[in-house]
Design a protein around this ligand. Structure first.
Ligand code: DC
Length: 224
């Protein structure tokens, strides 16, 4: 009998490798991968593009009903659309990096996106990554993984991924990773938490491929 494909929640701090790892794991297992951080980034992009101040919660909230987000899977990952505009690259800009934690702390934004995330996850055979997947979005997920690494390792990885290394130093990236940790962990709405039932994977001493293997093992063990 074939195994039951499950819902997998992957949470953890910025730069732990959640999305790059989850993407590969999902592809290998034929699961659907949903990067919920990309959805918060897409809303942030729209806020900035409209010239709205990210701390203006009323204006951000009023913008939400005008936004249609779409994640379209591709061979490599997925394309992100906001009202039909391809924002896949734009949501990784430093301007979005700096404003996204503020936008993600707004209750109306979270309600707007969590409803869409739950709707996308109904079919099973999904990996969602974010900060509140195991705690809020999919509290009944069959498997919860908390993927983490030290601040130094995470900053180094983000820096290596940054296209424009000349204009941003490793120190600046580290400061921004720490600032995001602080906001994501201490915010009132759905803070980043490691729920007790989550399996912690620390990737400090694991290579990319080893982390992928570990996650595949956890998922195949959890499939009934
Ligand atoms: O994973 P990421 O760095 O792309 O996430 C961008 C921001 O979105 C991050 O600062 C925290 C927020 N986020 C969140 O609050 N809840 C999620 N489920 C996913 C991301």
């Amino acid at each position: 009998m074939s195994k039951q494909r499950i819902a997998v929640a992957v949470d953890g701090p910025a730069g732990a490798g959640k999305s790059s790892i989850s993407k590969v794991v999902a592809k290998k297992l034929g699961y659907l991968y949903i990067d919920t951080g990309a959805m918060y980034r897409a809303v942030t992009w729209a806020v900035l593009q409209k010239g709205i101040t990210p701390t203006d919660e009323a204006a951000v909230t009023a913008l939400l009903p005008t936004l249609t987000l779409r994640l379209e899977p591709t061979d490599e990952a997925f394309t992100v659309f906001v009202n039909g505009d391809d924002v896949t690259e734009a949501i990784r800009s430093q301007a979005v990096n700096q404003a996204v934690s503020q936008i993600a702390s707004i209750k109306a934004v979270r309600q707007f996106l969590v409803a869409q995330q739950r709707a996308m996850a109904t079919s099973g055979g999904v990996i969602l990554d974010g900060r509140d997947i195991g705690s809020v979005v999919l509290p009944k997920a069959e498997l919860k993984i908390y993927l983490t690494a030290s601040v130094d390792a995470r900053a180094k990885r983000r820096w290596l991924e940054t296209k424009d290394k000349e204009t941003i130093s490793l120190e600046d990236i580290k400061a921004s990773v720490m600032a995001r940790d602080e906001m994501d962990t201490n915010r009132k709405e759905s803070p980043l938490v490691c729920v007790p039932e989550a399996i912690v994977v620390n990737s400090d001493n694991l290579t990319f491929d080893e982390t992928v293997e570990r996650m595949i093992q956890l998922i195949t063990d959890a499939e009934k």
